[in-house]
Design a protein around this ligand. Structure first.
Ligand code: DGP
Length: 113
């Protein structure tokens, strides 16, 4: 298995896992850019956001639900946080397995990019 995140899902690579259910998993980013930096991923390998069919977009809703729950758990919900999904090279996506970043715990840049 080549995909790093699929290997994390399979338990072949360690991760600081905060949440998992049948479809979604969340773990701390190995290279945190903020005091709270969590990655929320589908367990199934989907490379890019742009690969999601119209029938599959509800998966993103599930990922947002997990992110909101973790933001409360991490104590960042009240002051605020940011959810980011990059898709593809120009979107800044390095790991080709769909993921959402949950960033919080400090004032993030006003600049979006
Ligand atoms: P992106 O640039 O959006 O593709 O973000 C990929 C993120 O994945 C990046 O912030 C670092 C993180 N990452 C890469 N490899 C690993 C890993 O093996 N474990 C964990 N926990 N995070 C990883």
């Amino acid at each position: 298995m080549e995909c790093i995140f699929c290997r994390i899902v399979a338990g072949e690579l360690p991760s600081d896992t905060l949440y998992q259910d049948d479809e979604v998993m969340a773990f701390r980013d190995i290279n945190p850019l903020a005091p709270t930096h969590v990655l929320i991923i589908p367990k199934r390998h989907i490379a890019f956001l742009s690969d999601l069919s119209d029938d599959e977009v509800s998966l993103i809703g599930r990922m947002v639900g997990v992110a909101n729950k973790l933001a409360r758990q991490e104590g960042v919900a009240e002051k605020g946080y940011r959810l980011v999904i990059g898709s593809g090279e120009d979107g800044g996506q390095v790991v080709p397995h769909l993921h959402m970043h949950l960033l919080g715990g400090r004032r993030l840049s006003d600049r979006l990019c």
